[in-house]
Ligand binder design. Structure first.
Ligand SMILES: [Fe+2]
Ligand SMILES: [Fe+2]
Length: 224
């Protein structure tokens, strides 16, 4: 993974490439956390089972949302500009259709906790598929998004809250100077909501994982 791209552009500014890769970082970070939490359940730590089930639903929604925004937004507009990426985009969309049913099976597996074996098998399967998928996106798609620097203003108060929650999730574990650049790209109404949303997300991590400690990544690969 040492060839993972930098979150920031070469001129140290953020772009839509940064935002997309921060989500990739979040998926890798959360799957690693699920992996160790489930190993702890297998070892007899059963006090957070309900919180883990809830968090799985949340991962499910976030990953679905990420796939939808790629399939319905990012990919069609790239395909219109760069005919050469058509084949890789077809492959990536097919990956999305393979990955989403695994999330569904995950819900049934998490219902069987404290028997952690089925849920661990799902997390391992998802880690394997996502590793390959995210690496292809980062190699083929990310370079084409470096020039995109305008983030749409939230169309309503409700959407502003949702965007802020999404960014709070994606920002945890990212290096502070990268986050400062990201905030410069975001609309003021969204930036204003981030401190509260980030504090709420830290509290959620305390509940689910027992800690909100995170790294300071400069690439889409978590540093802890
Ligand atoms: Fe994708
Ligand atoms: Fe992606």
């Amino acid at each position: 993974m040492s060839d993972a791209p930098n979150l920031l552009n070469d001129d140290h500014t953020a772009s839509m490439a940064t935002a997309l890769m921060m989500s990739h970082h979040g998926f890798r970070r959360d799957l690693a956390r699920f992996h160790s939490a489930l190993e702890a359940v297998a070892g007899g730590e059963v006090s957070r089972i309900e919180a883990l089930r809830e968090e799985w639903k949340s991962l499910y929604q976030t990953l679905h949302g990420h796939h939808h925004s790629e399939d319905a937004g990012v990919f069609p507009s790239l395909q219109a500009e760069h005919a050469s990426v058509r084949a890789v985009i077809e492959q990536l969309s097919a990956d999305h259709r393979r990955i989403d049913p695994i999330l569904d099976r995950g819900e049934a597996a998490f219902a069987r906790l404290p028997d952690a074996k089925p849920a661990l098998a799902i997390v391992r399967e998802l880690e394997g598929l996502l590793d390959a998928h995210l690496a292809i996106e980062e190699r083929e798609i990310i370079p084409l998004l470096r020039g995109a620097k305008s983030f749409p203003a939230p169309p309503s108060e409700e959407m502003a809250v949702m965007y802020a929650q999404g960014f709070a999730w994606a920002m945890q574990g990212i290096a502070p100077d990268v986050l400062r650049q990201v905030e410069q790209m975001l609309p003021e109404t969204l930036v204003a909501r981030l401190p509260e949303a980030r504090a709420a997300f830290d509290a959620r991590c305390e509940r689910v994982w027992g800690s909100a400690a995170a790294g300071a990544a400069r690439t889409p690969i978590p540093t802890t």
